[in-house]
Design a protein around this ligand. Structure first.
Ligand code: GCO
Length: 465
């Protein structure tokens, strides 16, 4: 009797192990990884195709100076920003536009992604600031004259105070007000601008503002996070419709923060399942919603399933912001049940707790393949970069990204442009001025810009050279 029981037990264990192995193998096979060898990265890369957009990216609040918005209020509270830094002057780009366009030209850039500051352009609800609009009109003209294609972002995290006071991105009126702003932008800048990015990183804005509670409005509520998500999706859809109606040539998209996610333990099913869940929610839920016209998101503690008007097909391209790889480990009791840590690649100096993921250029290729499979849209890498004070990691990073782009192109993936984050060191949100992401180094005393490590590598890949 006991022998029989033991036999059954052994049999059950063997079958269990086999099944376990089969499921793990399935996960591993369906999520292949890629490694670029040092030899591959040491050989010269093939030229990027003619017409490929090779540029830098910035955002208004991080470089312009002179703002009055929800972030400037946030910065005035001691303890909110590392080192007590403020965006008051930033890099004074508002007064140095021609000089900064010349900097782009000097490193062979033929494209530039930047944002226009809503709080400057509509300081009071419904009152447009004409001189601010004409400054941006001048900027796009200067860019065109220099042979630099602009991509304009309408919302890069910051909100006018009048809107923030009424609830910001969760306010019922937000989508409509934002669409009205988009229509104005299309009318005033549309002659020189074809490429539009409605919103920068709605996933970051939702997470940092409404779940982690470290950015305005400092909330930590899954239910409010879900409302922010829906508000941002509605606003994007409305803005896309508005832009297309005033500017028939407009090509509209949205920039999503994307991460490479891998299991900490390769043969541990809970880690694979965690990767699946986080990957879907973080990397794909927003563009899936655009593809399907239906917002579906599951957060621990809240879930949404809503069909939204105008959302379906509201993107002409897939916008990919890429910085980090994380290894995920399922740990009951950890925040959201997940422990995240960087992989073994180059470590960004962004800082923070938990620390940021490592740089893994191969991940860019994996994400582009997945985006192509899901949407088949042209792809722009709307941001990619590294905080690197000494400037020693930036060059190899750019080389790795070019490798990823070349391989994607050779597989028939329609990648059309790359915007390196960033043109010059700037105000890095709650981290202040410490992390240096710039292809130009900015002296914080004199604001003088000088080429940083990585600038010559960037210039060497320019299709314009
Ligand atoms: C973001 C933004 C940028 C950052 C950049 C570096 O991802 O938070 O788009 O504003 O400065 O990503 O962290």
């Amino acid at each position: 009797m006991i022998r029989r029981l033991l036999l059954w037990l052994v049999l059950a264990l063997a079958i269990g192990t086999l099944l376990w192995g089969a499921v793990c193998a399935l996960f591993i096979l369906t999520r292949p990884t890629v490694t670029f060898t040092p030899e591959e990265l040491a050989r010269p890369a093939a030229d990027l195709p003619a017409g490929f957009l090779w540029g830098t990216a910035t955002s208004a609040h991080q470089i312009e100076g002179g703002h009055d918005n929800d972030w400037t209020r946030f910065e005035s509270v001691p303890g909110n920003i590392e080192g007590g830094d403020r965006s008051t002057v930033a890099t004074d780009h508002w007064n140095r536009m021609p000089e900064d366009v010349a900097l782009m030209k000097a490193i062979g850039a033929n494209a530039y992604r930047f944002s226009i500051e809503w709080s400057r352009l509509e300081p009071e609800e419904g009152a447009w600031n004409e001189s601010a609009w004409s400054r941006y009109q001048d900027l796009v003209r200067q860019l065109r004259d220099a042979g630099i294609t602009p991509m304009v972002t309408l919302l890069h995290f910051t909100l006018p105070n009048w809107l923030a006071d009424r609830g910001g991105v969760v306010a019922a009126e937000f989508p409509e007000r934002f669409s009205r702003f988009a229509a104005q932008a299309g009318r005033r800048l549309g002659d020189d601008v074809e490429l539009w990015c409605t919103i920068n990183e709605p996933n970051v804005q939702m997470y940092m503002g409404y779940l982690a509670g470290v950015w305005p409005p400092l909330e930590t509520s899954p239910a409010r996070a879900a409302s922010a998500w829906v508000g941002l999706a509605r606003a994007h859809a409305g803005a896309a419709r508005a832009l297309r109606s005033v500017d028939p040539d407009a090509r509209v998209g949205i920039a999503l923060n994307q991460m490479t996610l891998q299991p900490e333990w390769r043969y541990w099913l809970p880690d694979w399942l965690t990767v699946r869940l986080v990957d879907q929610a973080w990397n794909w839920a927003f563009y899936d919603a655009i593809r399907d016209g239906r917002v579906r998101l599951r957060l621990p503690g809240a879930s949404i399933d809503e069909t939204l008007p105008d959302l379906e097909g509201s993107a002409d391209y897939f916008g990919l912001n890429y910085y980090h790889r994380y290894l995920l480990h399922a740990v009951p009791g950890a925040p959201q049940g997940v422990q995240m840590r960087p992989g073994p690649g180059m470590q960004s100096e962004l800082g923070g707790d938990p620390p940021p993921g490592d740089s893994y250029p191969e991940g860019l290729l994996l994400l582009m393949r997945e985006a192509q499979k899901r949407y088949g849209l042209p792809i722009y890498i709307t941001e990619a970069g590294i905080a690197d004070d000494e400037g020693v990691m930036r060059g190899p990073l750019i080389r790795g990204h070019v490798e990823a782009i070349q391989r994607a192109l050779s597989e028939g993936i329609p990648v059309r442009g790359y915007f390196h984050w960033t043109l010059m060191d700037n105000f890095e949100w709650d981290k202040g001025y410490r992390p240096r992401f710039g292809l130009y180094r900015v002296d914080r005393e004199t604001l003088e810009r000088t080429p940083a490590g990585g600038a010559t590598v960037f210039a060497a890949f320019s299709p314009e050279r």
